[in-house]
Design a protein around this ligand. Sequence first.
Ligand SMILES: [Ca+2]
Ligand SMILES: [Ca+2]
Length: 253
Amino acid sequence: MSKLLRKNVIILFCQLFVFLGVSSLNNVSLKFVRHVPVYSWPRPIAQSMRVTSRLSCAIQCLERYPSSCHGYLYNGTSQLCTPCSGLSPHSQPQFSLGLGDFYFHESCDSYPDFKIHTLVNGTITVSAYAAYFKYPPRNYTQAQVICQSMNAHLFVARSVEKFYLFLSIGDNTLGDWIGLDDLANEGHFVWIDNGEEINPLLKPLLFDIYQPDNANGNEDCVYKRSLTDPHSLTLNDAPCASNISYICENPRC
Ligand SMILES: [Ca+2]
Ligand SMILES: [Ca+2]
């Protein structure tokens, strides 16, 4: 092979190598683009409607569009509710903040649950989370043991908003244990996940007006009353040995 021919062959190989290299880079780039979800942004799936509350917005969204409701926008001032679809867990809404706060609905380990994402200065933050499971009635201790077996704990509600979210996802036909008790120190109710005493400002907002009363000196565990109770949907302390249904919360979903 002549010198000139050998040189041309080397140049040809170099060009082929560069070509293949660029091609594979393009492929990587294309693959990356393909992995971006097609619908990464919330899309309104219906006209905004006027509702009475944020919770009714959630219910309307889920009941009217059970397969496509992935979240909703709710404006507390105008009470306008906008059902949305096409979300991913990393979605950032592109539309105006004027439409309201954005709430994202998702499932976790096949159990119904909610995350609340609130828009603050254009950023979605998670302000509350609740997964729930209902089982045949159990006493307070048994209920907590079953929750722990699912890497969960009895439901805790450190805010009024989370408590009402809890009411909105349960059927409320039964009383349900939540993770709050004064077993260790009479009169001092602590949350079951971290032993922190309930905020004294929150306590009267969640408990019924005459509760907790430690009736007969034997009420150390707290449950949410059922809809049929005259003082429904408020908290009450009761004997821990009572067998009632209960709510578990998985904070890691
Ligand atoms: Ca007590
Ligand atoms: Ca009581």
